[in-house]
Design a protein around this ligand. Structure first.
Ligand SMILES: Cc1cc2nc3c(=O)[nH]c(=O)nc-3n(C[C@H](O)[C@H](O)[C@H](O)COP(=O)(O)OP(=O)(O)OC[C@H]3O[C@@H](n4cnc5c(N)ncnc54)[C@H](O)[C@@H]3O)c2cc1C
Ligand code: SF4
Length: 507
């Protein structure tokens, strides 16, 4: 039986563990810095239902770790199941051109693998995450693979946006989303789904523990502080801290897989210095921590007078996506996808809680309609983008995070163009011009990527195409950190596909 240490219990760790346990004779110990959390707990769900949406506050990033152009802003969660506990579950695939950024635009680098290498693993990841989607939409190509659940139907609110998109000749389709379609009962408390329709690694791990018993040991409140090496090439295990007792400990294994997210994965390599690796493991050519990128986001909303059809928000998630600008023609400017829908300006739930009378509710429902659009775009990196070890320690006993980033001029220009496109769509949807408000945010930790990027040789990256740290035999990184570029699409399906692929490679 092969002993494997997995650092981090997010979706990367959970999908990888499932793949290893299902196909190999392995004993996995998973270290998690944060505490455990109960899945499917009625009390927590009721809290969320009555408007207490702070259930994850104790687990968010250390507030000291901020940067003006790349704030973490409470994006990551340190707890069993990691950040998927509050993710949106949007799961578009990357497109073929996303793997060829350098060749097609002159920016960044190409991936050392291509879309076709990942296509079969995308299909497996869609099944593991319970993704709903339109199996007949072949952009990007599906090669016959069916989603496990059919697409969520467009809502009446989506139709308002669709009419405007059609007037502009902008293409659209069904959002693919990890929401096990036939189980989703649309209560809208998606941040803690009562029936586990929205995928979380928390629930996935609970099931794995039932299925595989003591072949999987989860050690919570046990941050890994250092990777131990035997000479230059072989890892022999890890050092960790037991946060309950404050005592340090160590553990040996035949392989170590770092699934600690984009920031902590590179920091762990940087912190593990030795005579053989004086500036961190895999860092002889100074790529560990560099190339940090994420997704700038932007949005616009406006009010249309009159709502005779009494359209209200129906779902707690997006069911429409336009990837019109997420295409090869726009790649050199920064691709983007967006979603949108229409609903009431004040939700029915808020009005009920505020004791608004029925006639008043009816009047506000029929008087106007709010139309909203939101999108994310591909970020190009600036040369100074880098994560380094900060001074002092976080509450998990891990080094603080220093983030250095520049702003890429093309991203700023294109973001303005995309926002202007939103404004035109809203005007076509009938929104009053003076009601339209727009906004934009710099990237945060949510989709941060590329700090341990994948490359053919150690001259320009940190891990090889099988995610093994260059120059080592048995140390791997499985995280958005290994993406050489971020594309426009959300990252997690691509991460899950890489985890499935790594699991297959290892057993
Ligand atoms: C609000 C929000 C919404 C999002 N929505 C979407 C979406 O709709 N679609 C999408 O594709 N993506 C989305 N994302 C991104 C998605 O959540 C991440 O891509 C994904 O969770 C990354 O998974 P991971 O396993 O790599 O990292 P994480 O989920 O962050 O897990 C890493 C785990 O490692 C633990 N850890 C860290 N360091 C150590 C250490 N040294 N020792 C032990 N344990 C450690 C952490 O506590 C954490 O539990 C969203 C993110 C946010 C914040
Ligand atoms: S809408 Fe679906 S995913 Fe959200 S809480 Fe309800 S059942 Fe769960």
């Amino acid at each position: 039986m092969k002993s494997i240490i997995v650092v981090g219990s997010g979706v990367a760790g959970a999908v990888l563990a499932r793949q290893l346990l299902a196909n190999g004779d392995v004993q996995i110990t998973m270290f998690e810095a944060g505490p455990d959390f109960p899945p499917g707990n009625r009390r927590i769900w009721l809290d969320l239902l009555v408007g207490n949406d702070r259930i994850y506050e104790p687990f968010v990033d250390d507030p000291r770790e901020e940067n003006e152009y790349f704030g973490l802003r409470g994006s990551r969660l340190f707890m069993t199941g990691g950040t998927t506990n509050h993710w949106g579950g949007l799961t578009p695939r990357f497109k073929p051109e996303d793997f060829e950024l350098r060749s097609r635009t002159g920016y960044g680098v190409d991936w050392p693998i291509d879309y076709d290498d990942l296509a079969p693993y995308y299909a497996q990841a869609e099944i593991l995450l319970g993704v709903t989607g339109d199996s007949d939409n072949d952009d990007p190509p599906r090669y016959g693979a069916r989603y496990p659940f059919p697409a969520t139907a467009f809502t009446l609110g989506d139709r308002v946006v669709i009419d405007a998109l059609e007037s502009h000749g902008i293409s659209y389709g069904h959002m693919s989303i990890a929401r096990a379609g036939n189980r989703c009962i649309t209560t809208g408390t998606c941040d803690y789904c009562p029936v586990n329709a929205r995928y979380t690694a928390l629930f996935d791990l609970a099931q794995l523990q039932i299925e595989y018993g003591d072949k999987l040991t989860l050690r919570t409140e046990s941050p890994v502080t250092r990777i131990l090496m035997d000479g230059k090439n072989r890892t022999r295990g890890v050092e960790f801290l037991d946060l309950r007792t404050g005592a340090p400990g160590s553990m040996e294994a035949e392989a170590v897989i770092v699934c600690a997210g984009t920031f902590e994965s590179c920091k762990l390599l940087l912190a593990s210095t030795s005579e053989d690796w004086p500036v961190g493991i895999g860092n002889d050519s100074d790529h560990v921590g560099r190339h940090l990128i994420g997704h700038p986001v932007f949005f616009a909303a406006g009010v249309r007078p009159g709502n005779p059809d009494k359209i209200a928000s129906e779902l707690g998630f997006d069911s429409l996506i336009s990837r019109h600008f997420d295409s090869p023609e726009y790649q050199h400017k920064g691709k983007m996808w967006f979603s949108g829908s229409a609903g009431m300006t004040t939700s029915l739930e808020e009005q009920i809680i505020s004791n608004v009378s029925r006639p008043e509710m009816n009047a506000s429902l029929t008087s106007e309609l709010m139309v909203s659009l939101g999108g994310e775009m591909e970020q190009f990196e600036s040369p100074e983008n880098r994560v380094t070890l900060g001074r002092g320690t976080t509450r998990h006993g891990l080094p603080m995070t220093d983030i250095h980033v520049g702003v890429h001029e093309i991203n700023l220009q294109t973001r303005q163009e995309h926002v202007q496109t939103f404004v035109e769509i809203l005007k076509t949807a009938g929104c009053r011009e003076d009601s339209i408000e727009t906004g934009a945010l710099n990237p945060d930790g949510a989709h941060a990527s590329a700090t341990c990027r994948m490359s053919r040789s150690d001259a320009n990256g940190v891990v090889d195409p099988n995610l093994r740290v260059h120059g080592t035999d048995n140390l791997y990184v499985c995280s958005n950190a290994v993406f050489p570029s971020i594309a426009a699409a959300n990252p997690t399906l691509t991460l899950a596909a890489l985890a499935v692929r790594l699991g297959e490679y290892l057993v």
